[in-house]
Write a protein that binds this ligand. Structure first.
Ligand code: ADP
Ligand code: MG
Length: 559
């Protein structure tokens, strides 16, 4: 038996570990399962290149609670460690890593939130355990080793009788962490962090109907049928899906596969997504993922189901602020990238070059997908417009790159249900919707019912009237006015409409001159002239003998 001191200069590292990672105690399980996964994948690699001459088999990772003994076991069938390797990887490297971390973040770490998700790896076990054991047998033909450490820098290392390959980590759960001996709590953590990890994770067993058994139906002498009960078998309860859709090739997936993955991600979402975007890039950074456009509702719970960020299939966070452009945080789905630095503050993230590239890549992919959806099936795209316009309009407002690309698919619906792209609209109205300054006037209504008579009047003149009613559209109009040449938006009840250059005006008022003067005087008395103007001449409908309009600037001032 070896006894020794763990190679560390910080005298007592454990209180520090506890303190620094306080708010995030639960990540210890994610870290230990990540190590077990790494160990298994390393073995897979070594057997595949012929370096490890052992049977890889169908390894799994098991998590076991021993409530009586107050212990939590994490068992893998991976590469294992020799005693020498335990010395090297557990005693030296991991501790020097921890030391470096503490050195680096001694000061900044004190500010809450700086270390959001710092995976301190193996030693995070000491956040919840006051004693940790490692029993491990390498795939190499060497005796197994048993390491024990009670949270002081002292450890013991002795031979063990373990015969099966792999590593068992035993946590003696501390008094203040007994929640981690509760089955429900562990299941919750496994579902949160490990749901899509690449090696099957067993947590207990379950009973299922034996698939090889067909219940027999027999008839008794009266002709009454009885079917024998289905035979049950006990199988491992595997909590994860090791091959989630985003790790596959888009060409291997059907529409239904994407939909069922959506249900897997958000079991409480009953509404189907409108469409998906499969992200897949390996240069200049690695990133995979699937984003879904959900049906937008006014439901404020909308943000409950968010985009989830993974690193090599390990859940990291569902706060993707800074990584995904803000307008796309309304989407759902997963992003997986080993290249996103996770151990640093959000403000650092936003300044990080790789993260900026990721953000603009995602923006571009989303724009490209929208464009191809539009080109492939315009009718379908138009039908979805109302559900997706918020995201698109918000994106046009907040990301210039997206604004440029959006010209290809952003739609401007008219009150009659025609959907124009900007270019189509421009061509349609350029001949007869200009004002005296030769500006193109784009007429729109924001409320079909309230502005009904104005809409009818404008239509009667052959003008196109858009229906723009989303909450941010007035900002978008300003942006379009300042970027497109020589255009102005005018609400259909604004006075602009009187000044349009019409090719010909055949509309004649049904009122006589006398009636008009009379009406005009009457109206001017009741309507403040500085705010509204009254128009009598061009009305052709008996239902609308005259119109009261308000200057566009006045109208926008109210908003
Ligand atoms: P990291 O995983 O970032 O390398 P850790 O502190 O989590 O740091 O682990 C330190 C090292 O200990 C690992 O790199 C690995 O070599 C070894 N190790 C930890 N857990 C296992 C395990 N279950 N099986 C084999 N080796 C392990
Ligand atoms: Mg690790």
């Amino acid at each position: 038996m070896t006894k020794g001191n763990i190679n560390v200069s910080v005298e007592n590292i454990f209180p520090l570990i506890k303190k620094f990672l306080y708010s995030d105690h639960e990540i210890f399980l994610r870290e230990l399962i990540s190590n077990a996964t790494d160990a298994t994948l390393k073995l897979k690699h070594l057997t595949s290149i012929g370096e490890a001459k052992v049977e890889y088999g169908q390894p799994k990772i098991e998590v076991k609670i021993d409530k009586k003994g107050k212990k939590l076991h994490i068992i893998d069938q991976g590469i294992g460690m020799t005693a020498e390797e335990v010395e090297k990887y557990i005693n030296q490297i991991a501790f020097s890593g921890a030391e470096e971390f503490l050195d680096k973040y001694k000061d900044s770490g004190k500010d809450a939130g700086i270390i959001g998700h710092f995976g301190l790896g193996f030693y995070s076990a000491f956040m919840v355990a006051d004693k940790v054991e490692i029993i491990t047998k390498s795939y190499k033909d060497e005796p197994a080793a048993h390491w024990t450490c009670d949270g002081s820098p002292e450890f013991s290392l002795e031979p063990s009788k373990k015969t099966e390959r792999g590593t068992e980590i035993i946590l003696h759960i501390a008094e203040d962490s007994t929640e981690f001996l509760e089955e429900a709590r562990i299941r919750e953590l496994l579902t949160k962090y490990n749901k899509f990890m690449p090696i099957p994770i067993k947590f207990g067993t379950k009973e299922i109907n034996d698939p090889d058994f067909t219940p027999k139906t027999t008839k008794d002498k009266d002709g009454k049928e009885t079917t024998e009960p289905h035979k049950k078998i006990t199988v491992d309860n595997i909590i994860n899906n090791p091959n989630p859709a985003w790790t596959k090739q888009p060409t291997d997936l059907k529409d239904e596969d994407y939909k069922s993955f959506y249900r897997e991600l958000y079991p409480m979402q009953f509404e189907e997504p409108l469409f998906h975007i499969h992200l897949n890039v390996d240069y200049p950074f690695n990133l995979t993922g699937i984003l879904y456009f959900p049906k937008m509702t006014n439901d404020l719970n909308l943000q409950k189901d968010k985009i989830q960020l993974y690193q090599n299939q390990v859940f990291v966070t569902d706060n993707v602020e800074g990584i995904v452009p803000e307008f796309l945080t309304m989407l759902r789905g997963v992003i997986d990238s080993p290249d996103i630095p996770l151990n640093v503050s959000r403000s650092y993230l936003q300044a990080d070059g790789a993260v900026k590239k990721i953000s603009s890549y995602i923006t571009r992919k989303v724009a490209d997908k929208l464009k191809s959806l539009f080109n492939e099936n315009r009718k379908d795209f138009e039908a979805k417009w109302n559900d997706i316009k918020i995201v698109i309009e918000y994106g046009m407002l907040s990301e210039d790159k997206f604004f440029e690309k959006a010209d290809a698919f952003a739609l401007y619906p008219t009150v009659d249900g025609t959907y124009y792209t900007y270019e189509e609209l421009f061509n349609k109205i350029k001949a007869n919707q200009t004002d005296k300054d030769d500006k193109l006037v784009i007429l729109y209504a924001s409320n079909e019912d309230a502005q009904h008579s104005y809409i009818e009047a404008a239509k009667a003149k052959g003008y196109e009237v858009l229906l723009l009613d989303s909450p941010i559209v007035s900002h978008l109009m300003q942006k379009l006015e300042s970027t497109k040449e020589n255009i102005t938006f005018s609400r259909v009840d604004a006075d602009h409409i009187d000044n349009l250059i019409k090719k010909e005006d055949t509309k004649i008022s049904k009122l006589t001159d006398e009636q008009k003067t009379e009406l005009e005087t009457l109206l001017k008395e009741v309507i403040p002239a500085e705010k509204f103007s009254v128009q009598l001449e061009t009305m052709d409908s008996e239902a609308t003998p005259f119109m009261i309009t308000q200057p566009e600037f006045m109208r926008r001032m109210k908003e």
